[in-house]
Design a binder for this molecule. Structure first.
Ligand SMILES: NC(=O)c1ccc[n+]([C@@H]2O[C@H](COP(=O)([O-])OP(=O)(O)OC[C@H]3O[C@@H](n4cnc5c(N)ncnc54)[C@H](OP(=O)(O)O)[C@@H]3O)[C@@H](O)[C@H]2O)c1
Length: 384
């Protein structure tokens, strides 16, 4: 297109910003032409965030790049996949492991393909479907691409969204993968009881803020650690933790834990690993439980720090169990009923950190490893 009104024309040349769904009557014909064109499989621009090459050590923004390609808005003939417009993308700590060269043994999930859009959890709207369970207009959450439009060939990782009177971005957090993680990690792995002493690291994040609120709901004493004073304030004044501390200011984690847990810790919800885990092991009570959810302090190290105090597991009869949310998605309907009720009653709140635009994705993702996110880190790609 030449960006110039033709000589003698009384028209205007515009750059379209938004197309309205509820169009005024006189524009309905134009909108329906547009819709028919899309239904025929119009080819559109598709901005993507790609991985340039495999990463070792801490990922950097420059390991990713913005690329513009094209996409036909139609599921290929015979495919059982869905074609979606991505609305929200989720930044999750495990994604760094997918940036690494596949090493076979230790990887839980496949590496990204250099040159292709990175993959992650997201919320999207179905534009075309080859699968009988999904139809145009459905809202879904699950694994999608870091791009404007994605063809998702296998629908097994997708969940249909039925409750829409909450921010749809919640399906990247409290109503999505981090929510299920907090729920199974706390209720299934920790077997909590009223009155127990609970400690949560990375406590203000996507998972931690929920674990703390779940623990308060059943009457536990709850302490969290976080990486800024602002986060500490949120833990105490927004999420209802009994206490919280700024771990970067503590030069002795053992002493800090003794200050907050003079009688010891019954449940540790482990998100960070390293020195914090070692200090916790010294402060666990008899028959304590440790849910090993994540160890973000170790993810990007070439050489992981060792853990020195594991011997406490024996003398204190501690149960320490690692888990991955992928094994628990069959509990999603039960979890959704449980958490939905509390959201509606205002008994659980959720804090998100929204980065605007697909282009902001790399910075937002990298920020997880320095703690720049305050709450669940989401990337806003488009309006419904
Ligand atoms: N097992 C599973 O299936 C599963 C599922 C989801 C998540 N996870 C794990 O759960 C943990 C929390 O995930 P999330 O999604 O809730 O992330 P998040 O807490 O929202 O974000 C990551 C946070 O980790 C903290 N952090 C970063 N580098 C750190 C370091 N070197 N030492 C200590 N803290 C550091 C930062 O908070 P501060 O500013 O407070 O330091 C940062 O904000 C992660 O370890 C993740 O891998 C596991």
């Amino acid at each position: 297109m030449r960006l110039k009104v033709p000589e003698g024309s009384k028209g205007v040349l515009v750059k379209n910003l938004y197309l309205v769904i509820g169009v005024p009557k006189k524009n309905q014909e134009r909108a329906s032409i547009l819709k028919r064109t899309m239904a025929k499989g119009e080819e559109v621009r598709n901005k993507q965030i790609i991985l340039r090459d495999y990463v070792s050590g801490f990922p950097k923004e420059s390991d990713m790049a913005l690329k513009t390609s094209t996409m036909r808005l139609k599921v290929p003939e015979g495919s059982k996949g869905v074609l979606v417009k991505n609305l929200y993308l989720s930044c999750d700590p495990y994604m760094q492991s997918r940036m690494r060269k596949p090493d076979g043994a230790s990887s839980l999930i496949d590496s990204f393909t250099p040159g292709s859009a990175i993959i992650g959890y997201g919320v999207a709207k179905v534009l075309d479907s080859g699968h009988p369970d999904f139809k145009e207009g459905d809202l879904i959450w699950g694994m999608t691409g870091w791009e404007e439009y994605s063809l998702i060939p296998a629908t097994e990782t997708l969940f249909k969204i039925h409750y829409t009177d909450v921010p749809l971005s919640y399906y990247t957090g409290i109503l999505g993968m981090p929510g299920v993680t907090a729920y199974v990690g706390f209720y299934e792995i920790c077997s909590p009881k009223k009155g127990e002493y609970v400690f949560i690291s990375a406590a203000s994040g996507a998972v931690g803020q929920l674990v703390g609120q779940f623990a308060k709901l059943i009457g536990c004493y709850v302490v969290g650690s976080a990486g800024t004073n602002e986060k500490v304030d949120l833990l105490k004044n927004k999420f209802g933790f009994d206490e919280a501390f700024y771990y970067k200011e503590e030069n002795n984690f053992d002493a800090a834990l003794k200050r907050y847990f003079p009688e010891g810790i019954d449940i540790y919800f482990e998100n960070v690993g390293g020195k914090m885990l070692d200090a916790v092991l010294l402060n666990m009570r008899l028959h304590g439980r440790i849910a090993v959810c994540g160890m973000i302090s170790q993810y990007n190290l070439d050489q992981m720090e060792g853990v020195h105090n594991l011997i406490s597991l024996i003398s204190k009869r501690i149960r320490m169990k690692g888990f991955t949310v992928f094994d628990y998605y069959h509990l999603y309907p039960k979890f959704l009923d449980f958490v939905w009720q509390y959201i509606k009653e205002g008994k659980i709140v959720y804090m998100e950190d929204k980065a605007e635009g697909l282009e902001s994705g790399p910075t937002a993702l990298i920020g997880l490893y320095t703690g720049s996110n305050v709450g669940k880190q989401v990337v806003v790609v488009a309006d419904v």
